[in-house]
Design a protein. Structure first.
Lengths: 215, 228, 215, 228
């Protein structure tokens, strides 16, 4: 089976972000999506630390540590961008002004529950940042992750065993082998890569799946 | 390309529907989007809920909507003005519902809607007629009233300048309700005196980032009306 | 008996506003206080419509209808002044950032209840504006009013008969014949004008008064 | 004359007391008032509650306070960082209490304090470990958690420029928590790179009006530390 690379997944997510969308890319892998946004679409990236209209990384000489993304990496500001304080920034999320956020995850349930902030392991120092705010606030929550853990367990699960970030919030799940739409009705497969059959995918994940693949 | 510019107030208001809730900015004459409200009068939508600091005065704007019996409900802090006779007539006739809200509660309920909060406990109005029947609670030795968000289908606001992304700056005390109403409406329509090139507005001085604005129309304000 | 004029009352209130205070002057008579602020004190006036550092009325030719006070009268902005939106403006009040507000009143109770927005008369159109926010929010609420109505009833009362603006919020009452400190303990007379005795003042108002007049 | 200028960080922090709650702005390196925090380390107050997005990293600033066991409690959203070993050590030893708050709830609870609200219903965190034991309510078909204001005795923040009335502007994403913390603390102390004449800051572009700031100190930031 051929699995998508992170870059391929990021490129696939990028295709689904429409012209004019206000988008928040979570730290880590989701940040890669920015590299694949179609050049003919104007898409506005928000950063939780008070930036709209975030542009790509600057040339090294122009690094400005007052202009960083949520992952603390230097970025730039596009023409039309704006700065604002944390109250307004999280009002953008919580108030459903952000069209799409893209997050990583430890686990996602078939009904869209998200676990991405804490393994719950004894002794782990918990840290949540803005994950819960994005999960409940964005109009659509896209998750990008490998479907399986390194030890071969499905990260798409009937019920999350890790502590939740939000309930029923993930609308679409992009993995290295398939794309799912999630909701109260469960998981619908809308795209598959690498030649798996639906039965094989169900066997891998151990969750019931419905096909909405193009005929 | 993102382009929120509209050619005319008429086009910017094309989809205002009967029964819509509409926020209208302004305090005194400052910040009232007169030309957008004039266009709303022409547009014809009726059965409206108007959310504004006042309930209209004189013969134009909100008062004209009142006169034409197109306002079902007003949510405001100060309906009684020098020339608010059209509101008063409808109110006394029982033809318009009035929800009177202390001005700061009006502001914070609009902010709560924009920020996605479910409700807030505010101290304002506790023990008064305006909190009758509302849930109250003592928190840390002080009494508060539970108030719910006020959101709207449309907000009509007035900026000094804007750009095609919808970024806005305001002018002096004409800012008033504009920035918070912009955040609380599904469709915010801003009239501005000037539309500038993207990047022309200082990103440090933009008051309303474009994410909160759907439509921007350049309209030349008439010589300022004398405030009631 | 000699009663103070409105201007004399305004001048008396102005004396009690200290250097550096952030002050909101209510519409109507309290606005007069601005004319009597001591020139050697820097006092910052707030207006509910989004102004800090409000200055005096402009020359007619410089009237700007985007720069008005809460009473809709043209004003100016001092160096150091700033504009902000209604959310921030009422956060300044509700959040106890305003040191003193000066309001007019229909009635004030001996324990500091305030009635100044509505007579409750049948058919009266109610209008409240920012009165309730100022009443609960300012660190100190000063009321300025004639002690007696035109028909000879005391406006300082045991319990307000008009609808309340706020409970126990008035800290000091400036009238044309005396100044009172109000609180849970009742009304203390701290200054008298026009040669009344405390007994005469009690007879006028019909409320129990304690003297804290200078010996 | 109103003059909020202080000559040094040491003087501006003279009255920080044992047991004080202290907000510290910043996200990454941006907006962290490093020189004020250094002065707090020197000042000696202990048994502190620190409210900040992080719990300190490396050897200076909040981490130094941690190392010296002068922090009783941290209220933050993201205590785990590349070099947060001093926090981790105290936390594992049970020597520091951690109140972990989703970043947006941290922001809105700070805003609630600044705006004098008693509590707010927020959707963030509902159904998670971080709302365990908290009051919840369904409003308009959605679930919310009741959260209380976070206020502080002091806020240490960083602006780009200020004036003697305490008006502030910020620089790019260094704005972050500064404006909302300024509103929520009894005594807000701002370090700025430049103090300008009154009237020099554009009244349309002032982000924090002076009413929210008690003290302003001009401090030249060291060459920016590399962010963890």
């Amino acid at each position: 089976m051929q699995r998508m690379t992170r870059e391929q997944m990021a490129a696939r997510v990028a295709q689904d972000i429409p012209e004019g969308a206000y988008v928040n890319l979570g730290i880590g892998v989701p940040t890669l999506v920015a590299n694949f946004l179609p050049a003919d679409r104007e898409i506005v990236l928000q950063s939780e630390n008070g930036i709209l209209g975030m542009g790509p990384a600057p040339a090294e000489a122009e690094t400005d540590w007052d202009l960083i993304n949520a992952g603390k990496q230097p970025v730039t500001l596009l023409a039309g961008g704006a700065f604002f304080h944390h109250g307004d920034s999280f009002a953008m999320m919580r108030g459903s002004h952000i069209d799409i956020c893209v997050l990583g995850a430890f686990q996602v349930s078939v009904t869209g529950d998200l676990a991405n902030w804490h393994t719950g392991a004894p002794g782990a120092i918990p840290a949540v940042g803005g994950a819960m705010d994005l999960a409940v606030g964005a109009k659509q929550v896209f998750v990008m992750m490998d479907l399986m853990t390194k030890t071969g367990e499905s990260k798409l699960v009937p019920i999350c065993s890790y502590p939740l970030t939000g309930i029923g919030c993930v609308t679409r799940l992009y993995t290295d082998v398939a794309i799912f739409e999630l909701g109260p009705q469960g998981a619908d497969v809308i795209e598959m890569h690498g030649g798996l059959s639906l039965a094989e995918l169900e066997a891998m994940t151990g969750v019931p799946l419905r096909s909405r693949l193009p005929a | 390309m993102i382009d929120k510019r509209y050619e005319s107030a008429r086009e910017a208001l094309h989809d205002v529907f009967d029964g819509a809730s509409i926020m209208i900015s302004g305090f005194g004459d400052a910040g009232v989007p007169h030309e957008l409200v004039d266009a709303l009068v022409d547009q014809g939508a009726t059965d409206l809920t108007v959310i504004s600091n006042n309930a209209g005065g004189g013969e134009i704007g909100i008062a004209a909507l009142m006169k034409m019996k197109r306002v079902r409900k007003v949510i405001c802090s100060f309906p009684r003005m020098a020339a608010s006779h059209h509101f008063e007539e409808r109110y006394r006739a029982g033809e318009v519902e009035l929800e009177l809200v202390p001005q700061g509660n009006l502001a914070c309920r609009i902010q709560a809607a924009g920020a996605g909060l479910g409700a807030v406990f505010t101290p304002t109005g506790y023990g008064t007629l305006l909190s009758e029947g509302k849930e109250t609670r003592e928190i840390d030795g002080r009494m508060y009233v539970l108030e719910y968000p006020i959101k709207a289908d449309f907000a009509l606001i007035k900026g000094l300048a804007g750009d095609r992304w919808g970024n806005l700056i305001y002018r002096k005390a004409a800012r008033n309700f504009g920035p918070i109403m912009a955040m609380a409406a599904a469709t915010t329509i801003a009239q501005v005196s000037d539309i500038v090139e993207l990047g022309h507005l200082d990103p440090e001085a933009i008051v309303t980032p474009g994410i909160f604005v759907k439509r921007v129309v350049r309209l030349t304000p008439a010589a300022s009306a004398i405030s009631a």
